[in-house]
Design a binder for this molecule. Structure first.
Ligand code: DGY
Length: 418
């Protein structure tokens, strides 16, 4: 165990750029939003001050409207596409123009709860509270314009689950006319068979160009997007972060922030019911443009156990995971193996991701489903032992996939083993 933790720390140190950590060399040479927040948990095991800095650096690049971008381009590096010259967001330090799962509230609370240096933690957390609160407000104002209690993503990259089967039908609606010629770089660093397809990249870029043409004005983007998906996993992370931020704000005597975030979490939890599917024993995405649930059983619908959903829903999801565990050697795959569109190696269409495992196991353990939680932890630890710190893993063979020496995988391993 100690040796594995030492190897994980080595990965974190290798990718540490002083005040932020890159996900991996080559493939992802900048700072990514949710990568950083989850990485901070791993950093805290050996350097608490450095862990706070990781999140502070991200929030130093928050937009004036409250959005926290999904990439901060701290340096010039042409090993990644699309770079700042494509996004053109006109920020002092270049950033992308879309966001990512809002896991910061959860991460900051966890850092605070575990901190050995409570004084440092209180000071650093207090400064972050209003910024995270502003991001949450931004979400509900801009991505839930009709006040339904759930926010939509307007680009698959926002979900973090870039090429999930969940987006396939909605992507039919995204045109590709007018996409500027481009050269991908990701396929130089990772096997193209494990990455999104060209047809998907064309649509990722069409959306990017569409939003850029609207001047990255968040007041306009949601309604102008042909892609508006209410992702249960994305919302659950935001709901959990809002609840955690409310608790933390209470502890620190910031009652306004506590109240606002408690209300967001409660409204979100009620609204989540609309996404439940008895047939699948999990939640599903809602395609907001057509007002219909998406018939696609992905891990996005299992992730809500990370938030305080009703007990019977958690029990049903635990049973769903056990059913899946009967077919996959390693859990939790990013898509149900019974779906003919499942692909064991292609990014978010089947592979196992340790960050997702971490959040699912955390929620299950907290609600008393310890056996399933332990099973997920065991799968995660086995994958590391057998295949190293990969970006993601084949749930059938355990084969390492995507980028190697991956930061958040290493951070999660430290979390699982400590
Ligand atoms: C990528 O480029 O693959 C990223 O997931 C987008 O953030």
């Amino acid at each position: 165990v100690n040796e594995t933790i030492a190897r994980a720390v080595e990965v974190l140190r290798e990718n540490d750029h002083g005040d932020y950590t890159i996900p991996t060399k080559g493939l992802y040479p900048f700072q990514w939003n949710w990568d950083s927040c989850l990485t901070a948990l791993g950093l805290a095991h050996y350097d608490e001050a450095r862990a706070w800095t990781e999140i502070e650096t991200l929030f130093a690049h928050q937009w004036p409207d409250g959005m926290v971008p999904h990439i901060v381009f701290h340096v010039l590096n042409d090993s990644y596409f699309p770079g700042p010259e494509i996004w053109r967001t006109n920020r002092p330090t270049a950033t992308s123009g879309i966001t990512q799962p809002a896991v910061a509230g959860f991460a900051v609370r966890r850092l605070f709860d575990r901190a050995k240096d409570k004084e440092l933690a209180a000071e650093r957390a207090r400064a972050l509270l209003p910024k995270i609160d502003a991001w949450h407000r931004w979400f509900y104002e801009n991505r839930d314009p009709r006040g339904e209690g759930l926010v939509a993503i307007i680009h698959p990259w926002e979900s973090g689950r870039d090429n999930s089967i969940d987006w396939d039908d909605a992507f039919e609606r995204v045109p590709t006319e007018g996409v500027e010629a481009y050269t991908r770089r990701d396929t130089l660093h990772a096997d193209p068979a494990h990455r999104p397809t060209k047809a998907q990249y064309d649509r990722y870029l069409w959306l990017l160009q569409h939003f850029r043409a609207l001047g990255w004005d968040n007041a306009k983007l949601h309604d102008a997007s042909p892609f508006q998906i209410v992702d249960p996993g994305f919302n659950a992370i935001l709901i959990r972060s809002a609840a955690d931020l409310a608790d933390l704000a209470e502890t620190l005597g910031e009652m306004e922030i506590a109240k606002a975030n408690r209300a967001r979490a409660e409204k979100g939890l009620l609204a989540m019911e609309r996404l439940w599917s008895d047939a699948h024993g999990q939640y599903l995405c809602l395609d907001r443009v057509i007002g219909k649930l998406v018939d696609s059983a992905s891990v996005g619908g299992i992730l809500p156990v990370f938030s305080a959903i009703p007990k019977p829903r958690i029990a049903a999801i635990a049973a769903t995971i056990e059913r899946i565990a009967g077919k996959a050697r390693y859990i939790v795959p990013s898509h149900d193996l019974d779906d003919p569109r499942f692909d064991a190696k292609r990014y978010w269409r089947g592979p196992v991701w340790l960050v997702v495992n971490y959040m699912i196991a955390d929620g299950l353990a907290a609600s008393g489903h310890t056996q399933v939680a332990q099973r997920i932890t065991r799968s995660s630890v086995d994958l590391i032992a057998e295949s190293g710190f990969a970006e993601y893993y084949d749930p059938l063979s355990g084969e390492p996939l995507g980028g190697g020496r991956f930061t958040w995988t290493a951070a999660m391993v430290i979390e699982f083993l400590k």
